[in-house]
Design a protein around this ligand. Structure first.
Ligand code: NAP
Ligand code: MG
Length: 403
């Protein structure tokens, strides 16, 4: 059999624990037999990050910038326990944070829908994609406890380079209380908006955006205005051509409308709203292991991954030689997403067709009742066979070979 050819390499970022085990199986069993795979390989496994003083993460992000498309395995974000476990030289930052800072991207999370794993909301027929603005707001705030001799007056104070001061009253405390200050930058909000408009066009999905600008007239109002201006001046015609809409509404109204909708929209959210809603969505669509994630930079660089972590608990079982039933679907879809994007950029129809075929094969296997334990526990299908990690991938391989 002749394998499908590629022109430009994918940037491949390997990772940790159970997902690293799945990664190798996916490559060897599902991709390399069919595609003459070209990748530029970066080992983001924690051991190698430590050996390179984390330089490998920066190099991988720069390679993504150079080639335009990357696929990433889940990686450990070190904490104190990991520092001991891996005898690390220091407590490295989250690789995803490092990559996001270099690419200045927005993360889009998209659920994989399959018959037999039904969303808890009956009306949802199509995936709802969430875009979270992962910069600033309460995640970079300053906070204080207020106590002392009352009254205590709290003000917002800003000093510019020439020493000019602007002050605004916040509140005068007559008794104990709390205070918080937060910020965002116009540049970051603009690049968030641009990523959302571009991704909506790429996916041909309506774009919804929501804030609480009736209450937060200046802060949330700025988010609303930036999106509205960019839409009017740069995207209105392109959206009309693509047959999609831009829709702004208040966050509470948006929540109610999303629940009553049939899905199919891209929902852009401020940092905190996105944090809360993305976990709600993952659960409501059935399983965290069926959620993909793609980082899109304003210049159109794409990095694909699964939304879940390295599945540590399963990995320790694997190390003990015990059987695992870890779901590889989101990681397989990270590969198919990256291959499809590479194919689109390089005009490779056969590679694009392979990416579609791979996804279809995964869905067929699940729909036929063969699935990993996490899905077997929630499926509405009858006559289910629970497969282990390797059996599932081999079942997909068999299905691919049939096609
Ligand atoms: P996790 O790896 O997402 O797993 C949490 C639990 O969710 C698992 O124990 C498992 O439940 C279930 N689960 C998640 N993915 C699954 C899959 N593919 N198949 C079956 N079950 C799955 O989160 P974590 O255990 O909190 O984090 C482990 C490591 O991942 C941490 O070091 C963290 O830093 C890292 N992390 C990385 C990323 C990333 O690279 N994007 C994201 C999140 C976390 P059961 O044990 O009940 O079966
Ligand atoms: Mg969260």
């Amino acid at each position: 059999m002749t394998r499908i050819q590629m022109n430009t390499p994918l940037v491949e970022m390997d990772g940790d624990e159970m997902t690293r085990i799945l990664w190798k199986m996916i490559k060897e069993d599902l991709i390399e037999p069919f595609v003459d795979l070209k990748t530029e390989y970066y080992d983001l496994g924690l051991k190698h990050r430590d050996e390179t003083d984390d330089q490998v993460t920066t190099d991988a992000a720069l390679a993504a910038k150079k080639y335009g498309v990357a696929v990433k395995c889940a990686t450990i974000t070190p904490n104190k326990a990991r520092m001991e476990e891996y005898s690390l030289k220091k407590l490295y930052k989250s690789p995803n944070g490092t990559i996001r800072a270099i690419l200045d991207g927005t993360v889009f999370r998209k659920p994989i829908l399959v018959k037999g794993i039904e969303p808890y909301i009956r009306t949802w027929k199509k995936p709802i994609v969430l875009a979270r603005h992962a910069h600033g707001d309460v995640y970079k705030d300053s906070e204080m406890k207020i106590s002392g001799s009352f009254p205590v007056k709290a003000e917002l104070a800003v000093t510019d380079a020439e020493g000019n001061e602007t002050r605004q009253d916040i509140f005068t405390f007559g008794a104990d209380g709390i205070l918080e200050g937060m910020y965002n930058t116009t540049a970051s909000i603009r690049s968030f908006a641009r990523s959302c408009f571009e991704y909506a066009l790429d996916q041909k999905m309506d774009l919804w955006f929501s804030t609480k600008d009736t209450i937060s007239k200046v802060y949330d109002g700025e988010f609303k205005d930036i999106f509205a201006d960019m839409y009017e001046t740069e995207y209105k015609e392109r959206f009309a051509e693509a047959g999609i809409e831009y829709f702004y509404t208040l966050i509470d109204d948006a929540v109610a409308r999303v629940v009553r909708s049939e899905g199919g929209m891209l929902w852009a959210l401020k940092n905190y709203d996105g944090d809360v809603m993305s976990d709600m969505m993952a659960a409501a669509f059935g399983s965290l292991a069926m959620m993909t994630s793609v980082l899109v930079s304003p210049e159109g660089i794409y990095e694909y991954e699964a939304a879940h972590g390295t599945v540590q608990r399963h990995y320790y079982k694997y190390l003990e030689g015990k059987e695992t039933s870890t779901n590889s679907v989101a990681t397989i879809f990270a590969w198919s997403g990256a291959l499809r994007k590479r194919a689109e950029l390089d005009g490779l129809d056969d590679l694009k067709e392979f990416a579609d075929r791979l996804e279809k094969a995964v869905l067929s296997v699940i729909e036929s009742g063969k699935m990993t334990g996490d899905l077997a526990a929630v499926t509405t299908l009858e006559n289910v066979t629970k497969l282990n990690s390797e059996q599932f991938i081999l079942a997909v391989r068999e299905e691919l070979e049939k096609a």
